[in-house]
Design a protein around this ligand. Structure first.
Ligand SMILES: [Zn+2]
Ligand SMILES: [Zn+2]
Length: 78
């Protein structure tokens, strides 16, 4: 096992350094309400690079796209 080979790539939408709702650093402040809002509103910021994401709302949910990290899809269907 070579630990240096572990990929640092994280999947789009995985918890990152930035809050996907308010764009603030997840290591600072309270983002509980942001997490709740993300159930209702599309993610606005990429959690990995803090870029504004291109949001597409579709009847079954939304898709937010970062030009560097790809799309995050969220289905509101339960
Ligand atoms: Zn936040
Ligand atoms: Zn990104």
């Amino acid at each position: 096992m070579d630990l240096s080979a572990v990929s640092l790539d994280t999947a789009p939408g995985a918890p990152g350094a930035w809050c996907g709702h308010c764009g603030g650093p997840t290591s600072e402040g309270q983002h509980d309400s942001c997490v709740r809002m993300r159930e209702l509103e599309p993610q606005r910021y990429c959690t990995q690079c803090r870029r504004r994401m291109k949001v597409q709302v579709v009847p079954q949910g939304w898709t937010a796209t970062c030009i560097a990290h790809g799309s995050v899809e969220h289905s509101t269907w339960t």
